[in-house]
Design a protein around this ligand. Structure first.
Ligand SMILES: [Zn+2]
Length: 116
């Protein structure tokens, strides 16, 4: 996958967007990708293998069973909004522009402390 695989492209229809990012399960891998661009790495043991604790959206290290939140320390953690709500807000913010990466958008959101 290209570096810009995580990108909301101009012209992506809302229906298409919903199909791609309409659920928490679809949004989570994107957030994980933002947090760990080279793949998940357990903060305790450094293991790359994990399973998802679905009820809480946590990642559990296969090796040491330590549970890690993929959104801790990110803009997503500052609110109780579901990830899909964030993604929808970002979708609407990016329409009509050149196309903007989620990383860039997150940077902007973080700076402005906006919950949109
Ligand atoms: Zn671990």
């Amino acid at each position: 996958m290209a570096r810009n695989a995580v990108q909301l492209q101009k012209g992506l229809s809302e229906a298409e967007f919903d199909r791609l990012y309409g659920t928490e399960e679809q949004c989570r891998p994107v957030v994980i990708k933002l947090r760990w661009p080279d793949g998940f790495s357990c903060p305790v043991c450094g293991g790359a293998s994990y399973s998802v604790v679905k009820t809480r959206g946590l990642l559990q290290s296969t090796a040491c069973r330590r549970q890690t939140s993929p959104i801790a320390g990110t803009m997503f953690a500052s609110t109780k909004l579901p990830l899909r709500t964030w993604f929808r807000a970002m979708y609407h913010m990016t329409q009509g522009k050149q196309g903007i990466s989620l990383i860039e958008l997150g940077r902007r959101l973080g700076v402005r402390q906006t919950t949109a």
